[in-house]
Design a protein around this ligand. Structure first.
Ligand code: ABU
Length: 370
């Protein structure tokens, strides 16, 4: 590895929102909620990203409340996860409970909501700014409203609070002829360039350098919008992923510390990484431990690489699912201290620890790591 030590450029601000990367010591985090969870309303942008069996179940049960047998075990895991975070000295902040079953409409379409399981998607923290993202799933249109009390509180205490242009999400944004790429074919996306859309979970932050994968919820115009919004203080680099149905970077590639990059060997080819990342240690994720439980396998909204959806507490400690023994053993070999927290039932609501959280404050300063 040819790693250059970071140079400090600013001092820590006394702002409730202050987070520049994925690994500085964690001080405050938003953790999602399951109350009021509703199965996403039917839309091609939803179904194209849900694995086979779950997609079929989703389209049959669209708009109904998630059944108790799915919510209860996930809620238990969530409660325990929160206790673990608090025991580590992290302040946990929560959105308001909301009944996402309520129907809403714009002049162009109507939908029911989804849930607040994954704050990682709807808001992006860059330094002292917390930005509401223009998400492409119609059922997520008003998701950030559950976070408004928190956002207003952060704003009153000095954070910058912004929102990207609210997208129209008309048919013009979605390619009616979209089909998933077959093996060996170039990756295709369901989104057109009609307007900017992006989920925050398609980005990860390494100080002044921010990395993104294009996906079925993040188009080029969305990346351009963010690049122009952040201005010259930041550089946004696109990472090429070979995932045939890309949605969110955090099961594809994730930094675990300065100079340390976890990659999914199916989706990332190291020789295709941006040149600046080639200087980092490439840690190849081990094969995910298969999930034999049929209900868990069928109900998961996520792919098997959710084993990579790690949350860093600091440069050494990380939350990992004890089911994923291959990952647990591997990160120990790399010198990390995994903290095992069971979380497999949460996959039915869209993710694991990284998705389920939004780190709003980490102790550290804005650095340039490259
Ligand atoms: N929300 C992250 C899940 C992405 C995946 O299914 O791999």
């Amino acid at each position: 590895m040819n790693f250059h030590a970071p140079s400090s450029e600013s001092s820590a601000a006394a702002c409730p929102v202050s987070s520049h990367n994925e690994w500085d010591p964690l001080e405050e985090i938003i953790v999602g909620r399951l109350e009021g969870s509703t199965i996403p309303s039917n839309h091609p942008v939803v179904t194209c990203n849900i694995p086979g069996m779950a997609a079929r179940a989703q389209s049959l049960a669209a708009g109904f409340r998630f059944p108790k047998f799915m919510v209860e075990p996930a809620q238990e895991e969530l409660d325990n996860f929160i206790k673990v975070l608090e025991s580590l000295g992290v302040t946990v902040t929560r959105p308001e409970p909301f009944d996402h079953h309520a129907k809403f409409a714009t002049p162009y379409w109507s939908s029911r909501g989804f849930c607040n399981s994954c704050p990682r998607d709807s808001m992006l923290v860059i330094g002292d700014e917390i930005l509401e993202t223009p998400m492409a799933w119609p059922c997520r249109y008003f998701e950030t409203h559950s976070y408004r009390p928190i956002l207003k509180d952060y704003f009153r205490r000095g954070a910058r609070w912004t929102s990207a242009p609210k997208p129209q999400l008309t048919d013009a944004l979605f390619d009616p002829n979209f089909e998933l790429a077959k093996k060996g074919e170039p990756i295709r996306y369901i989104l057109t360039e009609f307007e900017p859309v992006f989920d925050a979970a398609d980005f990860f932050r390494c100080g002044r350098d921010i990395f993104v994968t294009r996906s079925n919820v993040t188009n080029k115009m969305g990346v351009d919008w963010l690049r122009r919004h952040l201005g010259e203080g930041y550089r946004i680099h696109e990472i090429k992923s070979r995932c045939p149905n890309p949605m969110h970077i955090d099961t594809t590639i994730l930094p675990l510390g300065p100079g340390k990059l976890l990659i999914n060997p199916e989706y990332i080819h190291p020789d295709e990484l941006p040149d600046i990342l080639k200087k980092w240690d490439i840690l190849v994720a081990p094969d995910p431990t298969p999930i034999e439980d049929r209900i868990l396998a069928i109900t998961s909204m996520c792919g098997k690489w959710l084993s990579m959806n790690i949350l860093m507490i600091d440069e050494k400690r990380m939350i990992v699912d004890p089911h994923h023994v291959n990952m647990l053993r591997q990160v120990e070999k790399w010198g990390f201290e995994p903290i095992p927290v069971p979380f497999l039932h949460y996959a039915a609501f869209g993710g694991a620890y990284h998705c389920a959280t939004l780190d709003v404050r980490r102790r550290g300063t804005l650095e340039s790591y490259f």
